[in-house]
Design a protein around this ligand. Structure first.
Ligand code: GLN
Ligand code: ZN
Length: 764
């Protein structure tokens, strides 16, 4: 019989109960017992939901109070020395100190979980790292479910994935593979405990099998799983891979000495044939058919086409129907969305609904398509509706896309020509000062927005409140002598939502929360249809701000790739196509800003790097369309108009050519935290245009001195010619308070002036 599984379920709860409880615990307004109680209630609710949906392999230990990789660190006793852990079970104080830091000790790093928007805690491997079983969480949760009458399949982050996504201490120069025997010994101990408790199957997540792997890692995979098999001949192990196809790791993955392999057929449907032809006869194949990364209803007949192929080859007993990856990356329950447009809602499935889809596909395989006629009919109707709906398909957008010419994605003149014209028009001093866009989102601003949304103040009153804030920000920047001003983005809730709300083709949920990291959740917009911009989105605000001052006012937009990257994107056309549509909408806005007298326009693209595919071989294609989208959005302007972009991350080395190809006149980047080390990329690559390496780490409440910032600029000058340098913070200031912003920006202007003076003296 075909069985079913979900690789993991969202943890936070439909109303973000877990978030609220954890934050109350951190604040001291809830006890640890309260927190554990909430956690237990959520686990039980989610297990029950899965059982009722008919899921055979229900996951346990997929739950976490913060992050599943941090849980793995705790399980393995991989606790960095700075937490002064003495061995034994890891208490919650240590656990949360690792997650968030505290007054005495810094947190561990956070990084993106593969190509998702979920952030995991990066394990730190010491030289001579040892491992010891140090948490009972997987056992406790397995037993907890069992006591509630629910048999589960415990989930563990795999040993190789754990090692591969870790970072090594600087003095750890050996290959991390040397840690395999030590780490595997602890896995064996844990697996034996689970077996003793009665677990039939265990799911070991090895998404690293979807990465480019060096040969030594491939060998280490074999060694690790051989050891596990030898110690546990009877426990059934499912190795789960996801987020991309196995490609050159297929041979390795299918031959690991385990009982089952899970593959992601949503991301990489074409891997099925290779896996089917190579899978040894004793193994079960888990088909990831229901998207764990997106919110569209499954096309059941298309899924059945694929699954029937697998059943024909393997037989029913060797096939499991599953989500493509953990459902962690989708919101909890669509039923809660009472305000969504009914037609759009009919196209969607959240985690709970996906469970039913999994069960339905399995039923169709076990009992024949005739047993799910109604479901198939409904699913076909959705597919049909999405193909033809005028809500989705906008002929004028399609025509505009068709009419794109290569010239539209290029500025009229090369940078050298533009630069001269911009200099003549803007007359900026050397080391011009600016900020990244947002100013503090104060209590009053938030309240005004909330009141406006709730209807307690009207649009006119809201506009007055925002204008007052803009004027305040403008006067402040004039007073401290900044060169290029911003309006402060007071009117924006979020840099993607603000635009999504004004664009056609987007919709929003009330409870569509997805965990970003720890207790932090995001509610991504849903891009369901062709994107267009019915009316200007920012012009009124920028124009008002410009009317207040003679200094140049920078217009502020979010770029197409960032909007794409931080949304749920339609799956009925390539992402590149949707990016192009967003690009044209932003281009319209750029054109209107220019017409309204805004001569400097910044298009933020903080997410360009995180859109990179997992496999190197796919980078080139992605970067080509991402760069094209940015250029389409920015290149309508005349030479005199200065285009800025901003990226707030650090690793540029491997994409620097593409950053250059974006051809923004000025780019601002994050560099202060690393003391300008990031500028390394610019040593060998001569960045042709202007650049503002951030000199103030806005993620920290610390106020940098003018001397310190001048020092950073002097470092930057060693790598980048000084006439190309701008002076700005690392990122927007919305999360900072005025008490920090005021002195820091005063110091930043002073630092710029110090450098100007120094150069003047040198020239004299
Ligand atoms: N302009 C945005 C701001 O200042 C940029 C934010 C970002 O880079 N994430 O807030
Ligand atoms: Zn930023």
């Amino acid at each position: 019989m075909v069985t079913t599984s979900s690789l993991g379920f969202p943890r936070v709860g439909v109303q973000r109960e877990l978030k609220k409880s954890i934050e109350a615990y951190w604040k001291g307004s809830a006890s640890e017992t309260d927190l554990q109680e909430t956690a237990r209630t959520l686990r039980l609710r989610h297990w029950t939901m899965q059982k009722e949906a008919g899921i055979t392999h229900i996951p346990s230990n997929d739950f976490s109070l913060y992050d599943h990789v941090l849980d793995a660190c705790a399980l393995l006793g991989a606790i960095p020395p700075r937490y002064k852990w003495q061995g034994g079970a890891i208490d919650s104080k240590t656990y949360f100190a690792m997650a968030r830091g505290n007054a005495e000790v810094t947190a561990m790093d956070m990084s993106k979980w593969f190509d998702t928007n979920y952030h995991y805690i990066v394990p730190e491997l010491q030289k001579d790292q040892t491992f010891a079983l140090s948490s009972t969480k997987p056992f406790d949760e397995y037993s907890e479910a069992k006591a509630a009458g629910i048999e589960t399949r415990p989930v563990l982050v795999g040993p190789m994935t754990f090692l591969i996504i870790s970072k090594k201490a600087t003095d750890f120069s050996d290959c991390r593979c040397t840690l395999v025997p030590g780490i595997v010994a602890v896995y064996i101990e844990a697996l034996k405990k689970l077996e003793a408790l009665g677990a039939q199957w265990v799911q070991i997540d090895e998404p690293a099998l979807a990465l480019d792997l060096e040969d030594r890692y491939k060998d280490a995979y074999k060694t690790a799983y051989k050891m596990i098999r030898a110690a546990l001949p009877n426990l059934k192990i499912m190795v789960a891979t996801y987020f991309d196809g196995l490609r050159d790791n297929t041979e390795l993955a299918v031959n690991l000495p385990v009982n089952g392999l899970h593959i992601d057929l949503k991301r990489a449907p074409d891997q099925l044939d290779a896996v089917l032809s190579k899978l040894p006869a004793d193994k079960v194949l888990s088909l990831g058919l229901v998207d764990g990364r997106n919110i569209w209803k499954n096309n059941l007949s298309a899924s059945l086409d694929i699954a029937e192929k697998a059943v024909a080859k393997l037989g029913k007993d060797r096939v499991i129907i599953s989500s493509s990856c953990s459902l962690l990356h989708t919101p909890n329950d669509l039923d809660q969305e009472t305000a969504l447009d009914p037609q759009i809602k009919s196209w969607l499935a959240f985690a709970k609904q996906k469970l039913s889809e999994i069960a339905t596909i399995a039923k169709g395989l076990n009992d024949g398509r005739g047993a799910i006629t109604a479901e198939l009919k409904a699913s076909d109707a959705v597919a049909q509706d999405r193909q033809t709906s005028t809500r989705i398909h906008n002929q004028s957008v399609k025509a505009a896309i068709k009419a794109i010419t290569p010239a539209m994605a290029n500025r009229h003149s090369p940078f050298s020509v533009r630069h001269q014209k911009q200099q003549a028009a803007l007359k900026l001093p050397a080391f011009p000062t600016t900020s990244i866009g947002s100013f503090p989102q104060t209590e009053e601003i938030r309240k005004a927005r909330a009141d406006f949304k709730a209807g307690t103040i009207n649009a006119a009153a809201y506009e007055i409140a925002m204008k007052k804030e803009i004027e305040h920000v403008v006067r402040f920047q004039e007073k401290i002598d900044m060169d290029v001003l911003v309006h402060g983005e007071a009117e924006r809730n979020d840099m993607v939502e603000y635009f999504g709300e004004q664009l056609q083709g987007f919709t929003f949920t009330k409870n569509g929360w997805v965990q970003s990291y720890g207790s932090r959740c995001v509610k991504p917009p849903i891009i369901f249809g062709d994107v267009s911009r019915p009316t200007p989105m920012t012009v009124k605000w920028s124009q008002y701000a410009q009317s207040l001052t003679k200094l140049p006012m920078k217009g502020m937009l979010t770029g197409p790739i960032t909007i794409l990257q931080w949304s749920f994107v339609r799956d009925d056309q390539p992402r590149s196509e949707t990016a192009r549509q967003i690009a044209l909408a932003i281009r319209d806005e750029v054109t209107d800003l220019e017409k309204a007298g805004i001569n400097i326009i910044q298009i933020d693209e903080p997410a360009i790097r995180e859109g990179l595919p997992l496999r190197r071989a796919d980078w080139k294609a992605y970067l080509a369309w991402a760069v094209e989208a940015f250029k389409l959005s920015s290149c309508s302007v005349k030479d005199e108009t200065q285009i800025h972009t901003h990226m707030c991350y650090s690793e540029f080395n491997d994409i620097i050519d593409s950053v250059g190809a974006m051809d923004a006149d000025v780019i601002s980047i994050e560099t202060s935290r690393s003391q300008m080390e990031l500028l390394e990329a610019f040593v060998s690559y001569k960045y042709p245009n202007e650049i503002g390496p951030g000199v103030w780490d806005i993620h920290s409440p610390r106020i940098p001195s003018a001397e310190e910032m001048a020092g950073l600029l002097e470092k930057a000058e060693k790598v980048i010619p000084s006439d190309q340098l701008w002076v700005n913070p690392d990122c927007g200031l919305k999360t900072r308070g005025w008490a920090e912003v005021e002195p820091s920006l005063v110091n930043l202007v002073k630092a710029a002036k110090t450098l100007r003076d120094k150069h003047k003296r040198a020239a004299a």
